[in-house]
Design a protein around this ligand. Structure first.
Ligand code: SF4
Ligand code: SF4
Length: 433
């Protein structure tokens, strides 16, 4: 959400000031109202910096809860959210900007949260050529007006906000705009507001990373904060980087549908293969992200489900520490070689068990191992299979109880005496009698 510099009469640099280091204005007095307790309405002010608007799109795709649920009071017990969004709001011009100013001035009669999308650029760099990076509305200056940088709006609104939520990797860690080179001096909200920042509820910046983030991660976090604000629940748990702990506590790899292939040492060689993608560039084992369990939208899609490798887009080191993308990550050859050597034996033993378990006990009992399938001739276990299985079973059941009856009979092979034993058919075509 950047805009071109004004065509004429650029404001002087000293008028524009710098946001590096951040110079937060004096916080407005905290309004005299309880911060927690039943409230009917909570305002959500959405600001955008160096952003592609992908976070807005991701949020609008959330389903559990959806943005519509939050805006219409559709989540039981939660206050109605009044969203002030530069793209989604129907108000425009002065009517749209006024509530932002009222929040900065402590004049709103309801609590509010600030949501910031995109990283914060160094406005003093743009000011050197009379421009700006990210602004919304105008601000009166000595000899006229100037575009009001969204970073300064954030600085003005943050002290009285119930919470400041950084959405997306640009806002949480700096993201792509702050990658090496960084011509705009881009930084995260944490960098901008500083380690000492606390909201009116005493919260540091809340971070929902992802490029783009999972929409549900955002709406669910908002809902839990609203529950806390409403006095209906405890403050949800955040980790040391301000991420919702229950959403970012696990690595991608732990929930990946391809992790079984990794464990058995089977790896994709090309994109489009169904196996584990680590050798074609997946960083999943060391990345905190829940897209494998949450899906991209409505529990559907997500990187590995769509055949893509994890490039670490939720991580503070993204993108510099993960590029070049689509190359085997450093260290992956150690773990994949270990998986291959262990997996080679394990998957053969599993294949034995799989074949034994794919046989209905009746087929062994009545048909002497023949399978009455019209679909094809299924190989009976041969002598080698039987010998290997005999010794494998010794290991399998070492220290564990065999499935079956307490008298030692195996339910899979032993038939209770009162059950009549049918005679085996003369041939498969004849069928059981
Ligand atoms: S594709 Fe990536 S996340 Fe999935 S199992 Fe392989 S390394 Fe782990
Ligand atoms: S799996 Fe990796 S690339 Fe995909 S969303 Fe999660 S962190 Fe980003």
């Amino acid at each position: 959400m950047t805009a071109a510099p004004p065509a004429e009469a650029p404001p002087r640099q000293e008028e524009l000031g710098s946001n590096v280091p951040p110079e937060s204005p004096e916080p407005a007095p905290v309004p005299v109202r309880p911060l927690r307790g039943p409230v009917k309405v909570v305002h959500a002010f959405w600001l955008a910096g160096m952003s592609c608007d992908g976070c807005s799109i991701a949020a609008t795709g959330a389903t559990n809860p959806s943005v519509e649920d939050l805006l219409t009071g559709g989540v039981s017990g939660l206050p109605t959210v009044v969203l002030h969004h530069p793209v989604l709001s129907v108000e425009n011009g002065e009517e749209f900007i006024k509530p932002f100013q009222m929040a900065s001035d402590g004049e709103l009669d309801a609590p509010y949260v600030v949501i910031y999308e995109g990283s914060i650029a160094d406005e003093s760099l743009a000011a050197q050529t009379g421009g700006y990076w990210s602004a919304m509305g105008d601000q009166a200056i000595e000899d006229g007006e100037r575009p009001f940088p969204t970073a300064e709006r954030l600085a003005a609104m943050a002290p009285n906000a119930a919470a400041v939520i950084a959405i997306g990797t640009c806002a949480t860690w700096g993201g792509i705009p702050s990658s090496i080179g960084n011509p705009t001096g881009a930084m995260s909200i944490m960098d901008f507001l500083g380690a000492d920042y606390r909201s009116a509820l005493g919260l540091p910046v809340i971070n929902i990373p992802g490029c783009a983030p999972v929409g549900d991660n955002f709406t669910e976090t908002v809902a839990t904060i609203l529950m806390f604000l409403q006095g209906m629940g405890p403050l949800p748990e955040f980790d040391e980087l301000g991420r919702p702990a229950w959403l970012f506590g696990e690595t991608v790899h732990r929930g990946c549908t391809r992790a079984g292939y990794y464990e058995e040492g089977i790896f994709a060689e090309n994109y489009g293969d169904k196996e584990c993608l680590v050798e074609v560039g997946c960083w999943g084992p060391v990345v905190n992200c829940n897209i494998v369990s949450r899906g991209a939208q409505s529990h559907m899609g997500g990187c590995m489900a769509a055949g893509g490798v994890c490039i670490g887009c939720t991580m503070p080191g993204f993108p510099d520490k993960f590029s070049p993308f689509y190359k085997a990550p450093p260290g992956s050859s150690i773990s994949s070689t270990a998986s291959k050597s262990v997996g080679f034996g394990i998957r053969r033993l599993r294949s034995l068990s799989n074949r034994a378990l794919s046989r209905e006990p009746r087929w062994d009992r009545v048909y002497d191992g023949e399978v009455p399938s019209g679909w094809g001739k299924i190989q009976k276990p041969d002598v080698v299979d039987d010998v290997v299985h005999f010794f494998y079973e010794k290991i399998q059941f070492n220290g564990s109880r065999r499935p079956g009856r307490s008298d030692g009979r195996n339910w899979a092979t032993d038939v209770p005496e009162h059950v009549p034993r049918p005679e085996a058919p003369a041939s498969r075509a004849e069928g059981p009698k």
